[in-house]
Design a protein around this ligand. Structure first.
Ligand code: HEC
Length: 130
């Protein structure tokens, strides 16, 4: 009887030690957010921003472009809002105007974005990338 009690106590104590170690391990190995987390990953400041971010992914812009390391690093659009105005961003997105020539055969493929209902949202989103 006493032996059984001791075995049960031992099993419970072992469980506690295992859980404590798992918690300690998780705490040590999960990267903590830096104090200025907002500077690293700015929170979406509006619903429109979030819609644009989603449009950028859903329209498969990430197949060729990336923002903040998400997508194809071959063509980064980080800070594109500082380089191009809305009109130019729209032209590059749909392969129109001066961008058409620069894009060559790619302009044809991009022209399908012109009728996409998410176009405004994605242009606005890119214009905000500073
Ligand atoms: C199949 C590949 C491809 C896809 C998909 C694509 N693009 Fe592009 N895009 C290009 C290429 C190529 C360029 C010209 C080279 C460059 O700027 O990287 C370009 C240029 C741009 C530029 C100008 C970048 C600059 O810095 O001058 C913008 C803005 C842009 N694309 C927006 C978009 C958006 C928004 C989408 C999705 C709706 C999209 N693109 C989808 C290939 C693509």
């Amino acid at each position: 009887m006493l032996r059984e009690t001791r075995a049960r106590w031992l099993a419970a104590a072992t469980a506690v030690v295992v859980v404590a170690h798992a918690a300690l391990f998780a705490w040590l190995h999960n990267p903590r957010l830096p104090a200025d987390a907002d500077a690293v990953a700015p929170a979406a400041d509006s619903a429109a921003d979030e819609a644009g971010r989603r449009a950028f992914a859903e329209m498969n812009c990430t197949m060729c472009h990336s923002i903040a390391g998400q997508g194809n690093p071959a063509s980064r659009l980080d800070g594109v809002g500082g380089r191009l105005d809305r009109e130019a961003i729209r032209a590059w997105t749909v392969g129109d105007g001066p961008a058409r020539e620069a894009l060559g055969g790619m302009a044809q493929m991009k022209s399908r974005y012109a009728d996409d209902p998410r176009l405004d949202a994605v242009v606005e989103f890119l214009a905000r990338q500073r």
